[in-house]
Unconditional design. Structure first.
Length: 157
């Protein structure tokens, strides 16, 4: 069952683009985080729309009290690093790797993309997390990008 607003974010280790482990507990403790997940780095919708929206609106999101904007995908940290560099993310978005899909599974938002040759991935979503508690969770239907955009997150900030 997927997590819901009011739930505590599952404590799972993710990996930063420089190869260091970062627990979601440490990421979120005492901070307001916008966390968005994509099915895969370098995939068309993720690369052309989802990630760029958060990069472009990062200042506006932070101006509304958000400490960190983080992107997570079921990819290794090398791929997340290359993707961030290719998209010019810089310091605007913290790129996080969920290499084994442990976080996607713990969130209850794992998606079977094996029919498309992509294995098990994360569903597309955006969450507002305040001190480890999920305040808002917008989950898109498979193949869609509608409710998890930067613009939709700005509406709830």
């Amino acid at each position: 069952m997927p997590v819901q607003p009011g739930d505590t974010i599952p404590n799972v280790k993710l990996r930063t683009t420089d190869g260091h482990d970062l627990s979601t507990k440490d990421l979120c403790a005492g901070r307001k985080i916008v966390l968005f997940a994509v099915p895969g780095a370098f995939t068309p919708t993720c690369s052309d729309y989802h990630l760029p929206g958060f990069v472009e609106r990062a200042r506006e999101i932070r101006a509304r009290g958000v400490d960190t904007i983080a992107c997570v995908a079921v990819n290794d940290h090398y791929v997340m690093n290359a993707w961030g560099n290719a998209r010019g993310v810089g310091e605007q978005v913290l790129m996080l790797a969920d290499g084994n899909g442990d976080f996607a599974r713990a969130m209850g938002l794992e998606m079977d993309s094996r029919p498309f040759g992509l294995g098990m991935r994360s569903r597309r979503y955006a969450a507002l997390v305040d001190d480890g508690v999920i305040k808002v969770l917008h989950v898109d239907q498979p193949g869609r990008l509608e409710v998890s955009t930067a613009e939709e997150i700005l509406k709830v900030l």
